[in-house]
Design a protein around this ligand. Sequence first.
Ligand code: NAD
Length: 358
Amino acid sequence: MAETKKIAVIAGDGIGPEVVAEAEKIIRRTEEVFGYSFTTEHALFGGIAIDEKGTPLPEETLQVCKSADAVLLGAVGGPKWDNNSKELRPETGLLGIRKELGLFSNLRPAVVFDCLKDASTLKPEVLEGTDLMVVRELTGGIYFGEKFRREGAGGEEAVDTCAYSTAEVERIVHQAFEIAQKRRKKLASVDKANVLETSRLWRETVNRIAPQYPDVELEHVLVDNCAMQLLRRPSSFDVIVTENMFGDILSDEAAMLTGSIGMLSSASMGEGAFGLYEPVHGSAPDIAGQGLANPIATILSVALMYRLTFGYEDAADAIERAVAEVLDEGHRTADIAVDKSKALSTTEMGDLIAAAIR
Ligand code: NAD
């Protein structure tokens, strides 16, 4: 019997509890099939925590997360809290939890399932074989630099500062090389080194670290070129590592290659193996409580957790194979179904995927 691992489970708002329930079904199924052992502890976060505890990120929730090996998160937010003051908004809780848990990178896989190639706006032959991961720096750069307004000769001026330290670049670049080593051993470092000083430091740091990973093929790509190449030759990318704002934009662009928001998983990592895993989508208030949500993004987030935090490659592979198999058989939730009248509910999709794990 494997050592028992602890997963903090935060269902959140809207469709969060619906998709997380299916992910937990998958966790239980992998215990049966592979003999792994997990304890799960639920905690309040987001809008529901504001309603019940008066804050989006209660101290108890933070403690549950800190005492766990990994966190599984559904989604937070909704119209009910949209007009709240900043400290009483679910999104403020998201920034808080990342900071408190020391999560400095965001990993977003973009995999095109063969049977869903038609759901993308790109031509199927361009998408063929696309399986990439964007590693985005999450806590530095222009989003967190000093910002201010001042009076200038031409009227009011606004200033946002972009800053990166060598240490900030090093830790994420090491992480990206290590991820590339476990995949197809190709790393694209994306910057704007022809213009930005922070990008020049980024590139120098990448070049200094690269000799420690001789098995990984490195290319430097300027961000504007990367935006084009993602549409032209997406399958040629394996791992892309980049700073915060470039990563924000490129990870959304890469996400759209796959065609459906209900299929996209993500991980936020700190030092070591601890990670927070969540679907890319939000709480989808328009479909919440109707059994219409696609649980695959959250289920694939469990596969990512098994791979990156626990090193349970066999179970991660089995989950991904089960998802592909169920889709190949033609099963669809409404968001990806051509014939909506035949669409499965959230729980039906979860049941089929769980049963396909062997
Ligand atoms: P959203 O991702 O919730 O929904 C966008 C569209 O995609 C909607 O039409 C929705 O029905 C659909 N969709 C999303 N996930 C789906 C799924 N699993 N299955 C089927 N359809 C799905 O984005 P939004 O509408 O811009 O935001 C809604 C709320 O979610 C807002 O309060 C926002 O702040 C919050 N949000 C939270 C997170 C997070 O928790 N990390 C991320 C993004 C948005």
